[in-house]
Design a protein around this ligand. Sequence first.
Ligand code: PEP
Ligand code: MG
Length: 273
Amino acid sequence: MANIGFPQEIEIAKKKGADGVGLFRTEFLFLNREHPPSEEEQFLIYKKVLEAFYPDMVIIRLLDIGGDKQIPYIEMPREENPFLGVRGIRFLLKHKDILITQLRALLRASRYGNLGILIPMVTKPEEVISVKKIIEKVREEIEEKSNFKIGIMVEVPAVIFSIEEFVPYIDFVSIGTNDLTQYMFAADRNNIEVSEYYDDESNVILTTIKLVADKLSKTSIPIAVCGELAGKPHMVEPLLKIGVKEFSVTPSKIPKIKKQIYNVISSKAYSKT
Ligand code: PEP
Ligand code: MG
C-alpha cells in the first residue's frame, strides 16, 4: 500500500502498483494557509482518493499536528517538550471543532470507497472511546450509514504493553516506526546530534512489533507497518516472520517492496516458519 500526503500522489501511487493507501497524511490540508480547510474542501479530497482506489482500502489519518508541526491560525501554548505534549489525538480532543469538521468530511466521503480512519499518537483506550462517541454523534447528525473501519497508530510505547485493552474498539493497527523509534530510544527523530541512538532496524523495535503481533494473533485485527522501516527491502523478511500483514510505503518504493514480499513468501525457508 502507499503512503501519500497530497492528492497529486494518487496517480504515481497507482502507477507504482499500490494495493490501496495505508497512510494518507492529512496535515498538508491544514498547513501553509490562514484558515482551516472547510468540510466541503476536505470531503472532495477524501472522496477523490477513495474513488481512485476503490475497492482497495484507503486509510486516512486524522490530523497529526503538534510536535514539530504547528498551524499558524490556531493558538497553541508553547511547550517545553512538544513531542511529549499536545500532539495528534491529544490536540484534536482539545480542538473538537477541527476534529468534528474532519470527521463529518470523512463520514460523508465513506460511501465512495473502503475507508479506514486512523487515529494518530494514541496513548490510552479512552481516547479511542472519545473519538468513537463523537463519530456516532456525527453519523446521526449527517444520517450517514456507510461502513468504515477505525484503527490506531502504534507509536507510543505504552500502547505496546496495553494493546489488548484496545481490541474491543479497533479494526486495525498501523505501526508508526518513525515515532515508535524516537519514543523507544528517547531520541528526537529530527535531531542529527542523537541520530546514533535512533535505530529503527534494531531488535528492540522488532521485539516490540512482535509483542503487538503476538497479542493480536488471536483476533482478526491485521497489523500493518507504515513507518520508514516498511520501505527497507532487507527488513521485509524479519517483519513478515514476526507477523506483519501489510506494508505501507512511499510510492517509489512499492515495486521493490512488493517484489521482496513475493520473494520471501514463496521461499521454502519461509513456508516452513
Ligand atoms: C510514523 O511515526 O512512523 C509515521 C508513519 O507517522 P509520521 O511519520 O507522519 O509521524
Ligand atoms: Mg508518527
